[in-house]
Write a protein that binds this ligand. Sequence first.
Ligand SMILES: Nc1ncnc2c1ncn2[C@@H]1O[C@H](COP(=O)(O)OP(=O)(O)OP(=O)(O)O)[C@@H](O)[C@H]1O
Length: 266
Amino acid sequence: MIHVENLRKSFVVHKREAGVKKAIASFFCRKNERIYALNDISFDIKRGEIVGYIGPNGAGKSSTIKILSGILTPDSGICTVDQSIPWKNRKEYVKNIGVVFGQRSQLWWDIPVIDSFYLLKEIYEMNDTLFQESLLELTELLQLKDILKTPTRQLSLGQRMRCEIAASLLHRPKLLFLDEPTIGLDAVSKLAVREFIKKINREHQTTVILTTHDMQDIESLADRIILIGNGRVLLDGTLDTLRQYVPKVGASLDEIMVELYQEYNL
Ligand SMILES: Nc1ncnc2c1ncn2[C@@H]1O[C@H](COP(=O)(O)OP(=O)(O)OP(=O)(O)O)[C@@H](O)[C@H]1O
């Protein structure tokens, strides 16, 4: 379903120097530097998989998700999702994907959630029957009934995240990108989100790519883990593969990650 080969992405950033004098000098004479967010990433993902895409801060996880969802274009490399190139013909492409960025909202801030859903219906060009079916299913599964008429800005984080996930799935995409979907959620909301992800994967064979720093998300959801660091794939396997790398009896997944990051100098 997803084929990624030798993907590279760099950004040109303004180089800032420490100290007031150097900061003033660099204001008049800008020095730029190129940083490599993705440095040769390759992987394939099959339909129906739940993949945990993990790595330390700045590893390149969000950049990959942005390329896969067509928001960013890479410098070079191949990236296809069901034969489509994500950043080409985006209007059609987005009908097949759902995206949740835990740190950002795709809902309109000042209007009731249900109105955002109606706007998304138009954007995805959904027919009335499919929209009503989907809305009913998601409202029930994510317990949205009492919050649909509330403007997004008045929702708690947990309520908003349930609405974000519903918004990403209204048009029944085959592929779902979740970028830190449980960030800041309490234990009850985290469990509810995890259960919901398992359910839609099981019942609709939705392929899920999940980035998170919460190793319990990974433990509960991911069949497969792709660990990246400094824009490269460091490990691609199951949780057991990860555990075998650090054969320390009784080590938690967080401890294993710390050891791995140290081993790879991340
Ligand atoms: N728009 C941008 N302009 C400049 N640099 C960027 C931009 N987006 C990302 N980067 C840089 O690319 C690298 C990878 O960033 P990215 O956000 O993909 O990492 P990440 O693995 O998602 O990190 P985190 O876990 O902190 O969210 C970082 O060094 C980051 O500073």
